[in-house]
Design a protein around this ligand. Structure first.
Ligand code: WT7
Length: 549
């Protein structure tokens, strides 16, 4: 193995996941097929509830067989080890089965959130050079619209199409899983930074070992648990904690295919007797806004452990969780790039509401200044981790320079600012860059600005995250209009709709403000920090590099 892992933990725990042979590890085999060999094939792996209330159950055996069919089908279409196969599906069982099938062939699985529109889809498919996209009737139009611009895309499979289904049925339900090495790539996910297009974060099969251990310890998963992770596999949490780690532990997992709705969510918890629930701050705040009496209408006595991820979990939400459910939400901190939870409130750690908790024993975390020198306790600095660990990204797809930019002076720089208190608890402060976190989703301002300037009335745009009580941040756009265009309320709505239609349903500006001129550096870079300071009524700070404003 080329990487130097910081902890001997991994070598010692190696056998906690199922190897195909001494050198081969496949995260899909480890998540599903291994259970057939230990007599657990008939255990329920997935309880799937659709928005209309229909429930389907899948045993590990069923997931194994159906993903085998998928893998056979992909091979018949010429898919080879290392090829990129992307899923563009709503939260339906085929998303989970397809993901496993792709990994079994040795191809690299990519997921794309179903709210993505053609610009977001094109960026991902073009950069990854995906050869196959697996989608559904309700989404396929968006792929058809851009297909002619994607020369490497050979097949578009529609899972609810009768011809596809009949074809799939013809393939056998046994499969000889690709003997991937632990360092072979398993999946990739595009995520946003301040500048440029989204970057393809690539993960290796070996990550499943750390994902397994972290789910066991941070989510306290035990064999008889009924576990619900509300995240979509379009994001890393849905892949790691709704497929790879939970099933590696053999845990019965609930997936709800519908949208957020407080009553519906409580019904799911009650009906399926969920014991461990992993959710996100925006959802928790939305539930909180509906009040405690609503919670009390349901019998949620099965709940045993609650956890949260994705954005800062404010102390009020932690305290409300205790009042409403009798349990604290345990915060967990990690990133698409880290591949598994790094900092958390483990079950036996006293919760300090508002803190992310402490690093796992196998994680070395530190607060460093920009030169990589530790700052004293209680002082703000960069949240850094000591590389390497099994679930850390292996590369940024076709962007080695970007990958290398995460590492400085022997440390991984997360891009987050944080503090450590004298008891060793970590407290999130904010991002070091302009990345926006809206309802827990990571949005790059550049992508939204690019979508806005495609509109015929727009000259340029600057986009920031504006603090919001429920969503953490909302996207706010400052827009410079073409001469003679009137900045009406109707145009604000039109611009928001334009972004929704071109980029993504969730990444549009909820607020638009027209301005005459954007603050820029002398070299012409938009200074979002100034837009933000003005928005918040804060001092503008150092403007020495600013062009006259
Ligand atoms: C960014 C990573 C991997 C989980 C889903 C998000 C923010 C994440 C917390 C937390 C405060 C958090 C950070 C981080 N973040 N967890 N517990 N408290 N902030 O993955 O989309 O790659 O985003 O989310 O800013 O860098 P992601």
């Amino acid at each position: 193995m080329s990487q130097q892992y910081t902890s001997s933990y991994w070598q010692e725990r190696k056998e906690d996941v199922a190897w195909l042979d001494e050198q081969s590890l496949n995260a899909a085999y480890n998540a599903v097929d291994k259970h057939l060999e230990t007599g657990n094939g008939n255990k329920t792996a997935l309880i799937y509830e659709a928005e209309d209330g229909t429930v389907k159950r899948f045993s590990f055996l069923a997931l194994s067989q159906q993903s085998n069919k998928f893998a056979n089908y992909l091979l018949s279409k010429g898919v080879k080890k290392g090829d990129r196969v992307f899923l563009f599906l709503p939260r339906i069982p085929e998303l989970f089965i397809g993901f496993l099938g792709i990994l079994k062939t040795g191809a690299i699985a990519g997921t794309m959130f179903s709210a993505f529109q053609k610009d977001a889809l094109r960026d991902r498919l073009e950069n990854s050079g995906a050869t196959v996209v697996i989608t559904a009737k309700e989404l396929v139009d968006r792929i058809e619209q851009i297909k002619s611009e994607l020369p490497e895309l050979k097949h578009v499979l529609i899972v609810d199409d009768e011809t596809f289904q009949a074809d799939l049925e013809l393939h056998p339900d046994n499969f000889s899983v690709c003997k991937t090495s632990p360092e072979d790539f398993a999946f990739m996910l595009y995520t946003s930074g301040t500048t440029g297009k989204p970057k393809g974060i690539v993960h290796a099969h070996y990550g499943c070992l750390q994902q397994h251990e972290s789910a066991k310890l941070a989510l306290d998963l035990k064999p008889n648990d009924i576990y619900w992770c509300t995240a979509d596999p379009g994001w890393v949490t849905g892949i790691v904690y709704s497929i790879l780690s939970n099933w590696s532990l053999g845990i019965t997992t609930v997936v709800y295919g519908g949208r957020f709705d407080a009553e519906k969510w409580y019904e799911i918890l009650e009906k399926h007797k969920v014991t461990v629930w992993y959710s996100a701050p925006t959802a928790i705040r939305m539930l909180m806004a509906k009040g405690t009496p609503l919670v009390k209408k349901y019998n949620l006595s099965s709940l045993r452990y609650l956890a949260s991820v994705g954005e800062p979990l404010n102390p009020e939400a932690v305290i409300w969780g205790k009042e409403a459910f009798g349990k604290y939400f345990h915060d967990t901190w990690w990133q698409t790039e880290t591949g598994s939870i790094m900092i958390t409130n483990t079950p036996n750690l006293e919760v300090k509401p508002g803190s992310m908790g402490k690093p796992f024993p196998w994680v070395e975390a530190a607060i460093l200044d920009d030169d990589g020198i530790p700052v004293p306790d209680e002082e703000e600095g960069n949240l850094c981790l000591k590389p390497f660990w099994p679930s850390l990204m292996r590369t940024v797809w076709q962007n080695k320079e970007k990958y290398e930019s995460y590492f400085k002076n022997g440390w991984y720089f997360s891009g987050d600012r944080a503090k450590k208190d004298k008891d060793g608890y970590f407290w999130f402060v904010g991002r070091a860059d302009d990345v926006i976190k809206t309802s827990g989703e990571r949005v790059g301002p550049f992508e939204v600005e690019s979508a806005l300037v495609e509109h015929p009335s727009v000259v340029e745009a600057g986009v920031i995250g504006k603090p919001d009580e429920i969503r953490g941040e909302i996207i706010k756009a400052f827009v410079v209009l073409k001469p003679g265009v009137e900045g009406t309320e109707a145009l604000k709505t039109e611009l928001a709709e334009h972004v929704k239609k071109h980029l993504a349903g969730h990444a549009y500006p909820r607020e638009v403000e027209f301005i005459d001129k954007l603050p820029k550096t002398r070299s012409g870079k938009i200074m979002r920090r100034i837009l933000k300071a003005k928005e918040l009524g804060q001092p503008i700070g150092d403007t020495s590099t600013l062009e006259e404003y």
